[in-house]
Design a protein around this ligand. Structure first.
Ligand SMILES: [Zn+2]
Length: 93
C-alpha cells in the first residue's frame, strides 16, 4: 500500500487517487512514477497464523501458553483475569 513519505496517511479510500499527501503535501510518486513509500499490511489474524507456522515460535509460545493445554485459551480463563474479576467484578464479568 502506498503511504506518505512522512507517514501521515495511507493512500486508500478518499486518497486512493491522490498524488500529494493531504497533510504535509509531499508527493506520492517520485520522478520515475513509483510510490515514494510503501508498506505491507498484514491483518492480525494473518500475522498470528504466520507466526504459528514457525516451529521456533511455536516452541517459544509454550512459555506463554501452558504446555498442558497446548491450545490458545480465552484470556478470561487466565489467573490474572480471575484476580481482576475478584477485585473489579463490575468490569471483569
Ligand atoms: Zn504527509
Amino acid at each position: 500500500m502506498d503511504c506518505c513519505v512522512n507517514g501521515c496517511v495511507v493512500f486508500r479510500k478518499e486518497q486512493v487517487n491522490a498524488t500529494y499527501c493531504p497533510v504535509c503535501e509531499k508527493p506520492r510518486y517520485n520522478e520515475k512514477k513509483k510510490p515514494v513509500k510503501q508498506f505491507i499490511y498484514f491483518g492480525i489474524g494473518d500475522a498470528i497464523k504466520q507466526r504459528f507456522r514457525d516451529p521456533k515460535w511455536r516452541e517459544l509460545s509454550k512459555l506463554i501458553f501452558p504446555p498442558s493445554t497446548d491450545k490458545l485459551q480465552d484470556i478470561k480463563d487466565g489467573e490474572a483475569w480471575q484476580d481482576i474479576r475478584k477485585q473489579h467484578p463490575e468490569f471483569a464479568r
